[in-house]
Design a protein around this ligand. Structure first.
Ligand code: ADP
Ligand code: MG
Length: 329
């Protein structure tokens, strides 16, 4: 782009809450063939709420059954004073409260939105939490932590399988939650599957019409997420992204490869993301667009930042790009 184009573009864009990093970006945005949206924090608000706590009942035959109970009034659950006994803290807790206290104590070492929702949910219910003695993130899988009560795992099926724990007793519960678009997580203590937690997120208000408008322009719309297939599909359906264009259970280090795959036939991809996880994909894409409230790493890796966190501003970026270039030419 000419310096004039850069200036015109930057001026217009700043007042519209769309920041372009340099003039050549303005030209690149116009040429887009496909838009790839990250799910969590991009198409959705990324503000998770703990919605379900499901303890599995151990059976004599070694199996377990689910006793699903939707989380309702936080005051229904444990009396906080019960959790503070010094000899065997938490022994007086019901199974659901114990499950949640164990998971939240372990997750208090994590900054992940899933972790924050679990910790907040436990606090709202008046549960006492321990600080983890040891804590380890297992990217794309969950966490591993040692708390005074024992060794805790919180994460997806893959995490438990890799630790030699069979997630099968929880399968029916997991499927039910995932079909609702919730992110379900397994919780294990000292090698024993305790149960399932689920967090729900809400889709951003403009996501659906943005997907529609992009499709109407002949732009292919994809979704990319580390979340599981069923949850991803439920959200994709809600916003109108075709099931064939959903890439789920993608490990953080593989997100850029998915963008490269789509670009392999010469397609020019706009990647829209918010997370640390998304940074390599934002760099790999023809144009990277970061959500303004996203992580610093995402914003640094992106060519464009949407100051208002609104997916519809992807369309605005396209329009600004088109208008600016045609005016200058
Ligand atoms: P994304 O940010 O794209 O949703 P991540 O790679 O952060 O994906 O996580 C992928 C999956 O790994 C999550 O859907 C969840 O099942 C599991 N996971 C990641 N971090 C945690 C955590 N702190 N606690 C529980 N599960 C987690
Ligand atoms: Mg995200």
């Amino acid at each position: 782009a000419t310096p004039a184009a850069t200036m015109v573009g930057s001026t217009i864009s700043a007042t519209n809450g769309v920041l372009f990093k340099g003039g050549d970006v303005l030209e690149k945005v116009r040429d887009v063939d496909a838009v790839v949206f990250d799910k969590t924090g991009t198409l959705t608000h990324g503000e998770m709420q703990l919605t379900d706590v499901v303890a599995l009942e151990p059976h004599a035959d070694g199996g377990a059954t689910a006793d699903p109970s939707e989380v309702g009034d936080p005051t229904e659950t444990a009396d906080p004073s019960e959790a503070t006994g010094s000899e065997s803290p938490g022994d007086s807790l019901d199974a659901e409260s114990l499950l949640l206290a164990v998971a939240a104590s372990a997750e208090s070492g994590s900054e992940h939105p899933l972790a924050r929702a679990i910790v907040a949910g436990a606090r709202e219910r008046g549960l006492d939490l321990d600080d983890p003695i040891e804590f380890e993130n297992v990217p794309g899988h969950g966490i591993r932590a040692t708390i005074p009560r024992g060794e805790v795992l919180v994460g997806n099926r893959k995490l438990l399988r890799e630790e030699g724990i069979d997630p099968e007793p929880a399968e029916e519960t997991l499927l039910e939650l995932e079909r609702d678009g919730k992110t379900a997580m397994l919780v294990a203590l000292d090698g024993q599957l305790l149960g399932v937690l689920a967090n729900a997120d809400t889709v951003r208000e403009s996501a659906k019409r943005t997907v529609e408008a992009l499709s109407d322009r002949g732009i292919a719309v994809h979704m990319l997420t580390g979340d599981n297939e069923r949850t991803a599909r439920a959200v994709a359906e809600e916003v109108g992204i075709p099931a064939d264009n959903v890439r789920a259970e993608v490990l953080p280090e593989d997100k850029a490869d998915v963008v490269d795959d789509i670009q392999a036939d010469g397609s020019r991809v706009v990647m829209v993301g918010d997370g640390v996880n998304d940074a390599p994909a934002l760099t790999a894409a023809h144009v990277g667009i970061a959500i303004g409230s996203g992580t610093d790493v995402a914003i640094e890796s992106a060519d464009v930042t949407l100051m208002r966190d609104d997916p519809a501003d992807v369309l605005k970026a396209l329009r600004i790009s088109e208008a600016t270039i045609s005016k200058v030419r």
